[in-house]
Design a binder for this molecule. Structure first.
Ligand SMILES: [Zn+2]
Ligand SMILES: [Zn+2]
Length: 362
């Protein structure tokens, strides 16, 4: 028993000599700068030991001792430990999930004589995460280039004075340019964008036109026309009304011939609900939907016609939860009529098929 005790005390003695236990031979000296986590702050001694290790003394979210801000974000359930420089620019930001450090962001700035930030770089655990380049005019910041870095490479996005995207270039991790989009804008006298063109590797791929409706108390802009150009496969042009509904669709083949040109017509009731929808090719009605809406504005049934023939009709009921559901669908073919009923959960309750004389066959 005595022997064991002796060995133990030798071990303890050795550990004391190896550790930062030279407490007797050196008074810890602070290297000045405070470090912080979600709960505590400390400074480091030149020997590497944490000293002045104590809890933050928070007022609101600010600790006056270490000068870090500690804030909990209830939405994403993480804690931010942040520090700002004398110009109130964020210089470090650690993000914690409980005690686990998820991100360790540090920031570098290039600032002009007027105090404007020209360049901002963010590093996460020492790896570059993004770089912003800012430009200014009399009205303030007017242009920036954003470079975002991921494991797969980087994306460089350039914006103009109107904050519209003008360039988007994506590089893979070997530095190969894999996406090269250029955006062009045409504005009206009011400075509103009326047309946007997108080029991919200098080839036009998309045109969007915008239409503005003026109201007494303002205006609303919607995209009224979109053209998509396909590589060696012609184009698709689509036109929209102010409700966002498709009104015309033109498919043009590579040789310039028109594959189809559909017109879509809508009739709205006083509530703005569609009561009739038609798809036409020339004068021919390809498809027509008739919606029957009751005095409460609830759709109670609809019919679908194709090339003038009734192909489907449905009854809509209101469930116990107050929500409408399709309770019966009747599908017509040349030879048959199939009646399917559904419950509120959308499950089939019954299914019956009749021949053209009305005899039940299935
Ligand atoms: Zn020390
Ligand atoms: Zn503190």
């Amino acid at each position: 028993m005595k022997k064991v005790k002796v060995i133990l005390s030798i071990i303890v003695l050795v550990l004391t000599l190896v550790g930062c236990g030279e407490e007797s031979s050196h008074a810890h000296e602070s290297l000045g700068e405070y470090f912080a986590d979600t709960k505590n702050h400390w400074v480091l001694c030149s020997c590497g030991e944490k000293i002045n290790h104590e809890e933050h003394s928070l007022e609101e979210e600010y600790c006056g001792v270490c000068e870090f801000y500690i804030s909990y974000d209830e939405f994403s359930e993480v804690t931010y430990v942040e520090k700002y420089d004398e110009n109130l620019n964020l210089i470090s930001q650690d993000i914690y999930d409980d005690e686990t450090k998820l991100e360790e962001n540090t920031f570098e700035y290039i600032i002009d004589e007027g105090g404007n930030i020209l360049n901002e770089k963010c590093y996460n655990f020492g790896e570059i995460k993004y770089e912003y380049e800012y430009k200014y005019n009399e009205e303030g910041i007017y242009s920036s280039i954003i470079t975002e870095y991921t494991e797969d490479g980087k994306t460089i996005t350039t914006y103009n004075e109107e904050y519209d995207k003008t360039l988007e270039k994506v590089y893979d991790k070997d530095g190969n340019l894999i996406q090269d989009d250029r955006y062009e804008y045409i504005c009206d006298d009011e400075g509103r964008t009326i047309e946007e063109k997108v080029y991919s590797f200098d080839v036009l791929v998309n045109v969007t036109k915008y239409t503005t409706i003026e109201f007494e108390d303002g205006y609303e802009t919607y995209s009224s026309y979109v053209a998509e150009y396909y590589e060696n496969d012609g184009s698709l042009e689509t036109y929209y009304n102010e409700y966002g509904s498709l009104v015309r669709e033109v498919r043009t083949k590579e040789d310039g011939s028109v594959e189809y040109d559909y017109i879509y017509e809508y009739i709205y009731n006083d509530n703005g609900d569609i009561v009739n929808y038609k798809k036409l090719s020339g004068n021919e009605i390809i498809e027509e939907y008739i919606y029957n809406i009751d005095e409460n504005g609830i759709t109670v049934s609809y019919q679908i016609y194709r090339l003038g023939k009734l192909v489907e009709e449905a009854t809509i009921s209101v469930g116990e939860d107050g929500w409408p559901y399709i309770s019966e669908v009747i599908e017509y073919t040349e030879e048959t009529k199939k009646v399917t009923t559904y419950n509120e959960s959308g499950e089939i309750v019954s299914e019956e098929t009749y021949d053209k004389d009305g005899n039940l066959i299935v």
